[in-house]
Ligand binder design. Sequence first.
Ligand code: GLV
Length: 385
Amino acid sequence: ENLRVSSPKIVDRQFVKPLLCGPGPCDYWPAVVEALSRQIITPNCDEFYNVLDDIRAGLQYVFQTQSKLVLAMSGAGHAGMESVISNLVAPGETLLIAARGVWDQRAEIIAKRLGIKTEVTKTPMNSTFTLDQLEPELKRLRPAALFITHGDSSTGTVQKMQGLGELCHKHGALLLVDTVVSLIGVPFLMDEWGVDGVFSSTQKAFSGPAGIAPVAFSSRAEKKINNRTHEPPFYFDVKLLANQWNCYGDTRQYHHTMSPPMLWALRACLQSICNETLPVSWARHAASTAHFHKRLQEHNFEFFVPKPEDRLSTVTTVKLPPGVDHLEFTGYLREKHNILVLEGRGPTVGKALRVGIMGVNARTAVADILADAMADTLRAIHPKK
Ligand code: GLV
């Protein structure tokens, strides 16, 4: 035969799954494990479209929006980011980016590649923005939209959102928000806060697999999408996707082949979350994280974010004592305790560890195991402390 490449030997690989306490991914809901092993079906039949309806209802609940333009993009959280930006900001328009971590840097890269003008306003990475910081920039630049990250997994901060939508609208801008690591874990009220475009992802407090990105658009955003003067990338075209997701009736228009296992998994996440209810989930995250923070303080760990009200309850950033190697710390924790936490990302590389207590792991028992294992790790690799 003319085969130029011979068949590789692909062996079975097993691994012992660590307790996932990084900034994501998080462990699965039991219902997700079951959903991922279900049979697939053609994405062109009643069974499939019924699942899309269930998902849209669940997403309206978790985003707290009555908007009809709610669906999920095939792809990781970045697909959500790219679709929100590309559908709501035209090439040549200005996107103002409120920057404090790595995700807003990504937003800038994505926007630039789409031919959007970008303007960046910064706050120190271990803090969040006030309305007073943002208003002069909105006034001066008159951007088409403001991009801001609600929960930032690179810095462990949570942005206060009250009043921001109103402020953006007063200055003619749409409000675009990244809730990848905040949704389900901390309160988020899309309609009440005047958010116009929002995206999330399923591998954080959703406790599912990455690969499908929930998005929602306000009626203001919808107007811009329906009267658009530019065409976003085909794969991320929300106007077309709305017809596949039946956002406005039973359109059932084929756009691309969605992955049934991802949809089954997202539906299972939403079923578990809706059964628990948001207020109970938010309280569970707040209580387990408060307990974790207390335990960290008992072990003399220092927080990277100085103001308690800026600390994100799904991801805690921790400063290690000078001279402690972050990768040695995370390596020891994985090896000796089978717990995964991650070093910093983007601006926090070498400055903070990122520790996640979210989704199914947001429990005080997990917080205790984690805090004790972190204390043991520090003693082992930094014995003079
Ligand atoms: C990835 O999502 C991260 O927070 O590092």
